[in-house]
Design a protein around this ligand. Structure first.
Ligand code: PMP
Length: 422
């Protein structure tokens, strides 16, 4: 039976899409390796890894096997008062692979929820210390998710702040660094952050930011020195640092975690997306023993969060298989290769009239245009070129599965070139 596109148009709400004038949707019937297969049989090379998540490619035999084996045992069981091997093994792996003092793991349902969890941890930490600290300091161009607290620390201009004014708590936004990852460090890039931090640190529960790569808020890559200086200020004044590595975690930037570019570790770390290799939703918020124990020494006596599907065994089993693949280490070479190819393939695109600039880091490639692109039109061209890319605003960007080879990547960049040519 074919996919009922008309029903989809009439009744199914897609991400960031209007019911009055829905964007066209392409029916996909299967996905294997780096390819999506459309219902009409056309195959598209996927430049998006399903929004950063399918790092090992689709229909992966080891991930399939992990899901199937777990399905035979149990798909789900509540996590309150019960534990199971998939969760214990996953948390053991996460503690071992993340930077040092992080050792307590809270499993959450999605990236946005793991950010809510991180913010709640910071609030409860200060409450337990007898201080009411309700402000967060964050960066312009940041993005942390679509739930309410996550939205409140997401770029106020680029996002839904004006729409939800009065419903969102108001936090403090510092300018994000202008200089790029590969540019020489410009100390002025830290001035606004330092000033805002110094003016507010006694009210701050935490600083929250995306380390090195600001994703959905602008696809910007900044200098590691910025992150080092943030860590230093937080340490000097006892403010917690939350790093949102939901997009950057598990090798995407060329390091296992983007924090490693700066040699720092946060007090609270959010992970998601690639955690299950893109198979299903699962996220994790990790923290130190000090933060966790302080949270639990407060009046509540525990951390106040516990979703129904917390620690879902099926998701944990697939995540374990994905982290085993990461542990084998092929990602390092694969991401380095993709970075080398992007460095060769992207710069010529700056000759196109519509293109303002290009940038890349690890397995992330970005083309910024002068004017916002027409998503439906340009996507049609990409599909005709046998490629799947979903741009937003002035950003046409890719973060391919790590297994993408040079020929496939060339085809993806060629499609970008065709789509952006007149
Ligand atoms: N933080 C960052 C940095 C993200 O990129 C995203 C997802 N784009 C989120 C949080 C939210 O994750 P989710 O969509 O799984 O809720």
């Amino acid at each position: 039976m074919t996919i009922d596109i008309q029903f989809d148009q009439d009744h199914v709400w897609h991400p960031y899409t209007s019911t009055l004038d829905p964007l066209p949707c392409y029916p996909v019937t299967r996905a294997d390796g780096v390819e999506l297969t459309l219902e009409d049989g056309r195959r598209l090379i996927d430049g998006m890894s399903s929004w950063w998540s399918a790092i090992h490619g689709y229909n992966h035999p080891e991930l399939n096997q992990a899901a199937a084996a777990q399905l035979e045992q149990m798909s789900h069981v509540m996590f309150g008062g019960i534990t199971h091997k998939p969760a214990v093994e996953l948390c053991r792996k996460l503690v071992a692979m993340t930077p040092e003092p992080l050792e307590k793991v809270f499993l959450a349902d999605s990236g946005s929820v793991s950010v809510e969890v991180a913010l709640k941890m910071a609030l409860q930490y200060w409450a337990a210390k007898g201080e009411r600290r309700a402000k967060f300091l964050t960066l312009r161009h940041g993005y942390h998710g679509d739930t309410f607290a996550a939205m409140s620390v997401t770029d106020p201009d680029n996002s839904m702040h004006s729409l939800y004014k009065g419903f969102l708590p108001e936090h403090i936004f510092a300018d994000s660094p202008e200089g790029g990852f590969f540019d020489p460090w410009n100390p002025d890039d830290f001035s606004d952050f330092r000033n805002k931090f110094m003016a507010s640190h006694q009210q701050l529960a935490a600083v929250i930011l995306e380390p090195i790569v600001q994703g959905a808020g602008g696809m910007r890559f900044y200098h590691p020195e910025f992150l080092r200086q943030v860590r230093q200020l937080c340490d000097q004044h006892g403010v917690l640092l939350i790093c949102d590595e939901i997009a950057t975690g598990f090798g995407r930037t060329g390091k296992l975690f983007a924090c490693e570019h700066a040699g720092i570790s946060p007090d609270i770390l959010c992970l998601g997306k690639a955690l299950t290799g893109g198979y299903m939703t699962l996220a994790a918020t990790l923290t130190t023993k000090h933060v966790a124990d302080t949270v639990c020494s407060g009046a509540a006596g525990c951390f106040m969060h516990g979703p129904t599907f917390m620690g879902n065994p099926l998701a944990c089993a697939v995540a374990n298989a994905s982290l085993t693949l990461i542990g084998e280490g092929h990602w390092q070479n694969q991401v380095a290769q993709i970075e080398t190819h992007l460095a060769e393939l992207l710069p010529p695109l700056t000759e196109l009239e519509k293109v303002k600039s290009v940038r890349w880091l690890g397995a992330i490639g970005v083309v910024e245009t002068h004017e916002p692109v027409h998503v439906a039109e340009i996507q049609k061209v990409f599909v005709e070129q046998g490629v799947w890319i979903r741009p937003f605003g002035r950003l046409v960007y890719i973060m391919p599965p790590y297994i993408m080879d040079a020929t496939q990547l060339r085809q993806v960049v060629r499609a970008m070139e065709v789509g952006l040519s007149d």
